[in-house]
Design a protein around this ligand. Structure first.
Ligand code: PHE
Length: 461
């Protein structure tokens, strides 16, 4: 590779490292905390099926577009968009898409760190204050956490520090090393927990709950929730995957020493498959515990932090498995949060900043804004903006507005603005039919679907 096209921020060592990093970004609180509770709330099997369909029809094509644009751009999302717009001979204002995404990622980081901090707290609480706890005691621990700004601030600070420490070390010593440890550990822990869940009763009920499809349970809102979630869970629409795509090698050496192009299509399929697998396995770890203890699967956002600790606290050796479970949540959230910070850091590095300085300044800023989310659960819980707390406003603004908008613009750019020949060359797909299928998805299916989500998000439908 000639140096002029080598990304300033580095390149992943191999296709597998890219897969680990992108899977690390995708697998996070969305899979372990959110997916089980929304699947529980929206009726189980039918929702799961719908989610799988949307991942296949919308999520995968948009992810292919994002990785493709990132790799072709080879820089931070802002500068990649500038470069791609130049190549497509359209206005360089398209770089606004990069700013939009990087800002969204940064804002998500501010509250993602607060929720991930809860997992950190439960790692300690599970084998200590939660031992043998009953319903009221478990509720009291959760309420106590929410009511204590200092405890939440401490956990939020530690988590933000973990994120910054990885990002400031750059691709090779930071991100690459982190995902190579975190992701295999995550998969091993998930398997251990699955084994535990499969043998501790309630497993068949969990299987039936998740895979018996009853369409009468499906509401129109469920369709939109499934769609929004498929974007969030695959980390789409905010440039995180675009930034990671920029570090993806164009070629790798095969065993015979010959250089082979790295296929974006099959790589993305692997990532989407792993992300989906983790969400399903997380469900299969959580629901048996829920059913074995006669708990409520539609308990909502508290499922992970209230219902589950209760079940673990009551089981033999449950506190240890419970502790392990929250280590898993922490690792998943950690490998996602680094991808939220990376796009902006990469952009500042391209502007001449040193990486440590960029990571520390941005991390500090995100930490500071995050305090608003910490206080949303206690001191500022009655301070609202448009009827929402700081946390609620940031969550709404990013998930329901910025993310769908970013995804829509990415689909439009890849499908309508970029030259067909450029997209085709970068994707380098073996089958022309598959390429055509992707093009239809990205030009028509994805934009229409995202517009529907967007309209729902701002309350139009
Ligand atoms: N995909 C992550 C999750 O499921 C969240 C995330 C979104 C991370 C967007 C990076 C970018 O938790």
């Amino acid at each position: 590779m000639d140096n002029s096209s080598a990304p300033l921020n580095g390149t992943w060592a191999s296709r597998w490292v890219f897969i680990l990093a992108a899977t690390g970004s995708a697998v996070g609180l969305g899979n372990i905390w959110k997916f089980p509770y929304i699947a529980g709330e929206y009726g189980g099997g039918a929702f799961v099926l719908l989610y799988l369909l949307i991942i296949a029809l919308v999520g995968v094509p948009v992810m292919v577009a994002e990785v493709m644009m990132g790799r072709r751009g080879g820089m931070s999302p802002v500068n990649s968009m500038k470069k791609l717009a130049g190549q497509a001979e359209v206005t360089s204002r398209w770089k606004a898409l990069g700013y939009l995404g990087a800002t969204a990622g940064f804002l998500i980081l501010t509250f993602y760190s607060v929720i991930a901090g809860w997992a950190l707290y439960y790692i300690v609480a599970m084998p200590t204050v939660l031992v043998g706890a009953d319903t009221e005691q478990v509720a009291a621990v959760f309420d106590g956490l929410l009511a204590s700004p200092m405890t939440m601030l401490l956990c939020h600070s530690v988590f933000m520090l973990l994120t910054v420490v990885v990002v400031l070390q750059g691709i090779y010593r930071g991100l690459q090393r982190a995902v190579q440890v975190l992701m295999p550990a995550l998969f091993v822990m998930l398997l251990v927990l699955l084994g535990y869940a499969a043998t501790s009763g309630g497993f068949n009920e969990a299987l039936a709950f998740m895979f018996t499809v009853d369409f009468s349970k499906l509401s129109s809102e469920a369709v939109l929730v499934a769609m929004g979630h498929s974007f969030f869970t695959l980390s789409l629409g905010l440039g995180a995957i675009m930034a990671y795509g920029a570090y993806m090698p164009k070629e790798v050496s095969g065993k015979d020493g010959r250089r082979r192009p790295v296929s974006i299509g099959s790589t993305v399929l692997t990532i989407a498959f792993l992300d989906t697998l983790v969400a399903l396995v997380a469900g299969l770890c959580i629901f048996p515990v829920v059913f074995a203890n006669g708990l409520e699967p539609g308990a909502g956002p508290g499922l992970l932090f209230q219902t589950l600790p209760l079940a673990f606290a009551q089981m033999p050796a449950g506190i240890w498995f419970g502790g392990l479970f929250f280590v898993l949540v922490l690792f998943a959230a950690w490998s996602s949060s680094i991808s939220l910070l990376e796009p902006l850091v990469a952009w500042l590095v391209e502007a001449g900043w040193s990486r440590p300085r960029a990571a520390i300044v941005l991390g500090l800023a995100a930490w500071l804004i995050g305090i608003g989310s910490v206080l949303s659960f206690n001191l500022w819980s009655d301070k609202t903006l448009f009827g929402e707390t700081v946390f609620g406003t940031l969550d709404f603004l990013t998930t329901n507005i910025m993310l769908p908008l970013g995804g829509l613009l990415i689909a439009i750019f890849a499908g309508w603005v970029m030259k067909d020949s450029h997209a085709r060359k970068e994707l380098n797909m073996a089958s022309f039919k598959v390429y055509l299928g992707w093009r239809v998805a990205v030009r028509i299916i994805a934009p229409l679907a995202i517009l529907a989500v967007f309209a729902h998000g701002i309350g139009l439908i």
